[in-house]
Design a protein around this ligand. Structure first.
Ligand SMILES: [Zn+2]
Length: 175
């Protein structure tokens, strides 16, 4: 960033903060040669993130598409639109923060599922099966196994909690 006073090319950044709702960044700089200060505004590069589909075709990242998929999976389930909006916002943020120009539908699906799982089991399974529709059946089975395994671990963990408070004199360990 060239100094507007002496045209020296190096400056140090004293402060930077997003402005206009994050669309650009304001930086306060100090010239390394003349020590005078100036402000620059850097616009975010708004190249859309491309989504790579299974068949290799690409299309711009579309948050509404994700939301539609979620609404469908959550039909008649006790999940609020606020929750779904939050999931979409989180997924969008994560994809953007990765800094990659491309993301696969599988990666997006995985990010969505990770969050949907915490909201509603039925919606999660619906979404997962829709998402995996074109993949190997093995993968779906694996997904079910993982879910089952996770549940078992969570239950085991819950079951352990009361045991911790049991008197050491009367241990109830069955194995
Ligand atoms: Zn200067």
């Amino acid at each position: 960033m060239r100094c507007p006073f002496c045209a020296h090319e190096e400056s140090k950044v004293l402060d930077s903060r997003p402005v206009e709702d994050g669309a650009s960044i304001r930086r306060r700089r100090e010239c390394i040669r003349c020590s005078r200060r100036f402000t620059t505004y850097e616009r975010m590069d708004h190249v859309p993130i491309m989504v790579v589909k299974r068949d290799g075709r690409r299309e711009p990242f579309d948050r509404n598409k994700i939301l539609r998929g979620l609404v469908q999976a959550c039909g008649k389930r006790p999940v609020s639109m606020d929750d779904l909006e939050r999931v979409v916002a989180e997924v969008e943020r994560e994809v953007t923060e990765r800094g990659d120009r491309e993301v696969s539908t599988l990666q997006i699906g995985a990010l969505v599922m990770e969050r949907l799982r915490r909201l509603d089991d039925v919606a999660y399974v619906r979404f997962a099966s829709e998402h995996r529709r074109f993949r190997d059946l093995d993968m779906l089975v694996q997904e079910a196994e993982t879910l089952k395994e996770r549940k078992r671990r969570e239950e085991a963990l819950r079951a352990q909690v009361p045991l911790l408070t049991v008197d050491s004199g009367q241990t109830k360990t069955s194995k």
